[in-house]
Ligand binder design. Structure first.
Ligand code: IMP
Ligand code: MG
Length: 187
């Protein structure tokens, strides 16, 4: 276990200690590289549009696309579901819709973490209506609480513990996204 009240960690968190580092930088980088190779192999041809779900996926997506060794396009979606709380409301609102056309393309929806799976369920329905050639999900973390009936779930970085995680893009009330590791906040 790392030193979680070390000056380095406290400087990054503004003095708030964290319970544990769940995935460190090296572990994340190694797994992201593996995902990039899996994705490169999974799409031998056709147009690939990597759609990042903002804001949580921004660091993961930027690391991931650089490990995918084939042509691709990048766009984003903004859906809002949590606000400042820690539990999913289930109500998902689209605040930004991708401008890039989806029809006929392989769509890879990139998520930071799947918790209840409600955000994803809603988004997949919306995206499927736009007639993509295929629709897949790449989630860095999966808490595995979502119903098992998600055939689209193709690429997952790590199984996540049932804790509230922050860092590497994941926030609590917009804080901690810049931590280079993924931590259990334990509040
Ligand atoms: P779902 O709709 O319950 O699957 O919620 C998914 C979204 O909630 C993710 O994209 C995150 O933005 C957020 N979320 C879920 N669990 C966590 C967590 O442990 N830490 C930070 N954000 C989370
Ligand atoms: Mg969030």
């Amino acid at each position: 276990m790392s030193t979680l009240s070390s000056p380095d960690v406290l400087r990054r968190t503004g003095g708030r200690p964290i319970k544990s580092i769940v995935f460190d930088e090296e572990t994340i980088a190694r797994r992201v590289g593996e995902l990039g190779r899996e994705i490169t192999e999974a799409y031998p041809e056709g147009e690939l549009l990597v759609l990042g779900l903002l804001k949580g996926s921004f660091i993961f997506l930027s690391d991931l696309v650089r490990t995918i060794e084939r042509p691709l396009q990048v766009d984003f979606l903004i859906a809002s579901s949590y606000g400042a709380g820690k539990t999913s409301s289930g109500a998902v609102q689209l605040l930004y819709d991708p401008e890039t056309g989806l029809a006929g393309k392989h769509i890879l929806l990139v998520e930071d973490i799947i918790d209840s799976g409600k955000t994803l369920e809603r988004l997949l329905g919306l995206l499927a209506e736009r007639r993509p050639r295929s629709l897949a999900i790449c989630a860095l973390l999966d808490k595995q609480l979502a119903p098992a009936r998600q055939p689209e779930l193709r690429f997952v970085g790590f199984r996540a513990p049932p804790a509230f995680l922050v860092g590497y893009g994941l926030d609590h009330a917009e804080n901690y996204r810049n931590l280079p590791f993924i931590a259990d906040l334990d509040s």
